[in-house]
Design a binder for this molecule. Structure first.
Ligand code: DSN
Length: 472
């Protein structure tokens, strides 16, 4: 492909948009400029390839395609079938899964589909059985009552939010905490690590229908073989949400006990984090749950987004190339170098380091809340997000932590040397920031913020983002 093809494609697209609403074209251009200049350390973000981005901007967006491949509620879905089947095929090959459902619009949607599929498969309610065979119109008021009661009375055991679990793993205010009678497992207060004996004990006491593993802010590997044994010991369905580390599974950094696919009954993921695809979700499972999962739309989801499924097919094809494994390994090497650089400078890290793509800083050591640290870093051109640490005294809004991750900077080509320089920039900002009169306020010399911002941009100079895209 010539270098000009990408520039031509994006320039032409912006020209067409500008003719209708120039402010949108300007905002798109500004977003690229901002992303090019900032040190993006948000653990859940990445940079999708131009091919992936371009696959989303087309006529597939105009098509309704409820149902699944070959079984649609709308006519004329032959081309959607092609891209959905391709995406599913790539996903199955990449992860060694028997079945892949590529319609979920996000990770939360993928989790809702999984919950629905497990409930539909496991719960013996006559009302639910009728709903499964699509006799919804035959449900009586009593059926609906029974159905609501059955759905509301099931139990889920997942990792707590402050230990690094996701909102949908049973956080009480989230829909998962309302659909399910929930209980959480945390981490060992001394080590910050999952204590599998405690998880087994909680499972024995609570007898959940679903045991959920996976995380958004836990910087270590999880042993999915042990978790499956725990699930089996109490007859639970074992679900893994691998949204954050799907790229590490795809790239074979996480194998054996640490690859969830051979161990879980059902696996959910996003496609845009370490997997580096378009924003969206996906469910992988064995044949026993496949039929229920395929009913995700319209039982749980709105109409599929065929343009995003096309982009998922492109990104998954990219992830099957040999260089993706190298990328995945570099993500972890970089995260470990960043963690070591921070520890060397005295930063307190949850668990003391990382096995994956993310590092969780406990910024209470700098006398700051997560909110203060996040904003001070942002003023200095370093984009992160605040995050609770285990047993966080500042709660989920202000927090005491900063979560950073390396998938995006690794895509740009930064390596371990640049990670040490990044650790120095982070440490300098945090050690020079003082708390203000509230948990949100802070004091940082604007001249220092400006200097660090320039240093961050300089660090990125040798690693251009979308080097073949010149918007002129
Ligand atoms: N928002 C995602 C993250 O940042 O981890 C999870 O939903």
């Amino acid at each position: 492909m010539s270098l000009n093809a990408e520039s031509t494609a994006f320039r032409s697209a912006l020209e067409v948009i500008r003719a209708v609403e120039p402010r949108v074209a300007d905002a798109i251009g500004a977003e690229l400029a901002d992303q090019r200049e900032s040190l993006k350390l948000i653990a859940s973000e990445n940079y999708a390839s131009p091919a992936t981005l371009l696959a989303m901007g087309n006529w597939f967006s105009d098509k309704y395609a409820e149902g699944t491949v070959g079984r649609r509620f709308y006519a004329g879905c032959q081309n959607v079938d092609t891209v959905e089947a391709l995406a599913a095929e790539h996903a199955k090959e990449l992860f060694g899964a028997a079945h892949a459902y590529v319609q979920p619009h996000s990770g939360i949607d993928a989790n809702l589909v999984a919950f629905w599929a497990i409930l539909a498969d496991r719960v013996e309610s006559p009302a639910l059985k009728k709903a499964q065979v699509r006799q919804v119109n035959d449900l009586t008021e009593a059926d609906w009552f029974a159905l609501r009661r059955e759905l509301g009375n099931q139990r889920m055991l997942g990792m707590s939010l402050d230990a690094g679990g996701h909102l949908t793993h049973g956080f009480r205010p989230n829909i998962s905490g309302k659909m399910f009678d929930q209980r959480s497992y945390g981490t060992d207060p001394a080590t910050g690590l999952i204590d599998y004996d405690r998880v087994a004990e909680a499972a024995r006491e609570f007898k959940p229908l679903i045991l959920v593993a996976g995380y958004s802010a836990y910087p270590r590997k999880v042993n999915f073989r042990i978790m499956r044994e725990i699930a089996d010991s109490v007859g639970a369905t074992f679900m893994v949400d691998m949204a954050h580390f799907a790229g590490l599974v795809a790239g074979k950094v996480f194998t054996g006990d640490f690859d969830p696919v051979p161990h879980a009954h059902i696996v959910t993921t996003t496609t845009h984090k370490s997997l580096r695809g378009p924003r969206g979700g996906m469910v992988l499972c064995g044949p026993e749950l496949a039929d229920q999962v395929d009913r995700g739309c319209p039982m749980v989801l709105g109409g599929p987004l065929p343009h995003v499924m096309a982009a998922k097919a492109v990104a998954l094809a990219e992830a099957r190339r040999p260089d993706f494994a190298d990328y995945a390994q570099r993500i972890v090497d970089n995260a470990q170098a960043l963690a070591e650089g921070l520890v060397r400078r005295g930063t307190k890290l949850v668990t003391g380091g990382t096995d994956n793509h993310l590092v969780l800083l406990d910024v209470s050591g700098y006398g700051l809340t997560g909110r203060q640290a996040e904003q001070a870093l942002l003023d200095s051109g370093i984009v992160t997000n605040r995050n609770a640490v285990p047993q966080d005294p500042n709660g989920a809004w202000y927090t005491s932590g900063i979560r950073i991750g390396t998938p995006a900077l690794t895509t740009r080509g930064l390596g371990v040397a640049e990670m040490d320089a990044t650790a120095e920039l982070i440490h300098t900002v945090l050690s020079q920031t003082t708390p203000g009169e509230s948990k949100a306020k802070y004091v940082l010399d604007p001249a220092l913020a400006d200097k660090i911002s320039k240093q961050a941009t300089e660090l990125l100079t040798g690693f251009p983002l979308y080097p073949a895209v010149d918007l002129g």
